[in-house]
Design a protein around this ligand. Structure first.
Ligand code: XMP
Length: 512
């Protein structure tokens, strides 16, 4: 049986980071709410349990707590920050507001006989963020690490196989955090590194084949990495009984439809229907300038086109969606009730909740970087695996004001130059998104002996972790210079190039 770690979520902002670190060590893990019962946990047969940090204080009324029977199950446990304080208190120790709180980097020292710190130098940097401290240890525990302001920085009960760390091994600022987590996984829990791209593909394909049986499935392929990988996994499982529908709404970037057709039809021999729905979309968008109105029209029209195509296919029972694990975890916590049932999150092309298909969601257990890894393993080209996020409503929300063929043509050319220059210079490494925007105003310029009155092109390039906040990228001047020169020379209708140097917030990444 495969190794499995359960991560109990006490509400830390780092819970998903813990999960990613475990997966990076090639060990499968799942995040569960702290309200899970001991029976439910036993039923999941974990190799080990990690308790996350959290914003509460363990001595507060109503502070989140674990079913105490979980601590007696004999499964190895690692408590992180709040998780450690919770264990300490639950087993009879004392947690109080610390005399000296510690936030940020600090130096940690440890005993040389704890399995957790095996291979970690005697002094190393760790990341602390706590107002409370364990002041008295529960019976049978000992201190195995300390810092200047935190005398109880790590604890252990060897016989019960319970460990606790006050610092955050999951964050990059903790120098040897990876080693500490791996020591827990490998040495305490005896996990094997059996969560690999190859094994995920194999299991997923078997699972899909079983779920779909002899039925047929349909998938709305967008050309993004999620729907592409989901479609390939399903194709591997059911072959030609999968039909993919790619809707060309006329709001795509230069050559995008062509790439999708080349890759999926010609290379992967997929049953792919490319629907040229440009007229339909542009007709409905004509004269519409309000950003939300544009989104609504595109969303509705997308569903109509997709449903028309699905109806033509006849008897199709399943719909493939590229829902990711982060969507699943977020929609569960978005309900605000820890332990609430995890809901399905419909994120492909905004298909409605009441759609009459049964869902196949092969990426439900995966993080984005794992999806990319699987995409590579399946032979998807870098163009798709590394593709930057592209909004469903496409270029319509990057054209301020009226969306029409002429303005789409201008933006498409300018955007292709922005991408080409940033990618060929290597400046795209570390960028979240980089693209062009076409505003609804014109300015005066001069070309040869003639005065021009044309649009500016706006260049936007941002650095971000999750699109919630973003910083503008410090692109090299030479790259900006080449972008500017090429756009004004090669794109008729543009006589000026400007660079957006606004962070999010207060601006957003997109202009609409
Ligand atoms: P903003 O502009 O809100 O964008 O900072 C945050 C992220 O979301 C993407 N985005 C969208 N994606 N449909 C989508 O599928 C949309 O309507 C949409 N609007 C924004 C945007 O590209 C960025 O990554």
């Amino acid at each position: 049986m495969k190794s499995k770690i359960l991560i109990v979520d006490f509400g830390s902002q780092y819970t998903q980071v813990i999960a990613r670190r475990v997966r990076e060590a090639n060990v499968y893990c799942e995040i569960i709410p702290y309200s899970a019962s001991a029976e439910a946990v036993r039923g999941m047969a974990p190799s080990g349990i990690i308790l996350s940090g959290g914003p509460a204080s363990v001595y507060q009324q109503g502070a989140p707590s674990l079913d105490p029977k979980i601590l007696d199950m004999g499964v190895p446990i690692l408590g992180i920050c709040y998780g450690m304080q919770h264990v300490a208190r639950a087993l009879g120790g004392e947690v109080r507001k610390a005399d000296r709180q510690e936030f940020g980097r600090t130096e940690l020292e440890h005993t040389d006989d704890s399995l957790l710190f095996d291979g970690v130098p005697p002094a190393s940097r760790v990341w602390m963020s706590h107002g409370d401290s364990v002041e008295e240890l529960p019976a049978g525990f000992r201190v195995v690490a300390w810092s200047a302001n935190t005398p109880v920085a790590a604890i252990e009960h060897r016989e019960r196989r319970i460990w606790g760390v006050q610092f955050h091994p999951e964050v990059a600022h903790t120098e040897h955090g990876k080693r500490i987590l791996e020591n827990f996984l490998m040495k305490a829990c005896s996990c094997s590194r059996d969560w690999t791209a190859g094994s995920v593909i194999e299991e997923s394909v078997a699972h899909i084949a079983k779920q779909v049986g002899d039925e047929r499935a349909v998938c709305a392929l967008s050309g993004g990495v999620d729907s592409s990988v989901a479609a390939l996994l399903v194709q591997k499982a059911i072959g030609a009984r999968l039909t993919c529908v790619f809707v060309d709404h006329g709001l795509l970037r230069k050559e995008e439809a062509q790439v999708v057709e080349d890759v999926f039809k010609r290379h992967f021999h997929m049953n792919l229907i490319v629907v040229d729905a440009q007229e339909r979309f542009l007709g409905r968008l004509s004269g519409v300038v309000d950003p939300e109105a544009k989104r609504k029209i595109i969303g509705e029209e997308f569903i109509r086109v997709f449903e028309d195509e699905a109806a033509k296919l006849g008897n199709v029972h399943f719909l493939v969606q590229g829902t990711l694990y982060s969507d699943v975890v977020e929609s569960a916590s978005a309900t605000g009730r820890p332990g609430a049932a995890i809901k399905s999150h419909h994120n492909v092309g905004g298909l409605p909740e009441d759609i009459k298909f049964e869902l196949v969601e092969p990426l439900r257990d995966l993080f984005k970087d794992e999806v990319r890894q699987i995409g590579r393993e399946l032979g998807l080209p870098a163009q798709i695996v590394e593709r930057q996020p592209f909004p469903g409503p496409g270029l319509a929300v990057r054209i301020i004001g009226d969306v029409n063929r002429e303005r789409l043509g201008i933006l498409r050319e300018a955007d292709a130059i922005v991408r080409d220059e940033i990618e060929s210079s290597g400046a795209n490494r570390g960028l979240w998104q980089y693209f062009a925007i076409l505003p609804a105003m014109r300015s005066v310029g001069v070309m040869g002996d003639f005065r021009t009155y044309a649009y500016p092109a706006v260049v936007r390039a941002v650095i971000s972790e999750d699109a919630m906040t973003a910083d503008w990228a410090r692109l090299p001047y030479e790259v900006l210079d080449r972008i500017s020169t090429r756009i004004v020379n090669e794109v008729p209708g543009v006589n000026r190039v400007v660079y957006d140097i606004t962070t999010k917030p207060p601006a957003t990444i997109e202009w609409e």
